[in-house]
Design a binder for this molecule. Sequence first.
Ligand code: HH2
Length: 261
Amino acid sequence: MNPKLMGVVNVTPDSFSDGGRYLDADAAVRHGAELARDGAAILDVGGESTRPGAVEVDEAEELRRVEPVVRALAAGVTVSIDTTKLAVAEAALDAGASIVNDVSAFKRDPEMAGLCAERGVGVVLMHMPGNPRTMQDDPRYDDVVDDVKAFLAERMEFAVGQGIDEKRIWVDPGIGFGKTLEHNLELLRRLGELRELGRPLVVGTSRKSFIGKVDGSDVEDRIGGSIATSVLAAAEGADVLRVHDVAEMAQALAVTNAVLG
Ligand code: HH2
């Protein structure tokens, strides 16, 4: 298994896992460069936390946070911009980003699809019911895997309808977004079913609260669970793993591959 690692660069004061650590642009750039050295093929730069209940960041502030970081990092590595806002995506693409990672799958700002089509960039469409403020209010599904798959198929159809080349779309089940512990575990267990969408799969379990729900761990103590779930996701066919701890993840994959031969 040879998934790409997408290293997380959060330029935020309030991200659930690393909020405030890289709010300063220089610190964020240094961190991103380190993740690239550790083996990240893509750096995912975000200026707004999407943790449950997070307050929405004003567009100008989000832009101010991410633009210099994208510009510096994109000079040496592939950068994706983690945003749901058209203006932020546009500025990040101007600064050198080549992938738009929209956790709302173009629902918050449908015009983002046109921008991505026009620029010919890659897009990540992720499943999230509603928005981060409301998504954890009693999430329910008939069958979580079938429902997520149908949602992603519909968003792919929308994106293609807006002129995006289907070959540029990656899909993501949105682990932790509007899901109970059991929903997250079932999605991971049956991840392979999402391959039927025919597009590369992005999976982000890193440091998320469902890990803490399994063993009571705090956010800074979830590397073991992050690695276990990411390796299992890769075995189920994940093509991109979105992780904070790139060096540890790269080692886990190298050793897994050595054992598997
Ligand atoms: N998870 C987070 C943010 N963006 N994008 C994709 N495609 N998939 C994910 O699973 C995903 C994502 C949440 O993690 P993090 O960035 O660490 O936290 P926060 O949103 O609080 O900044």
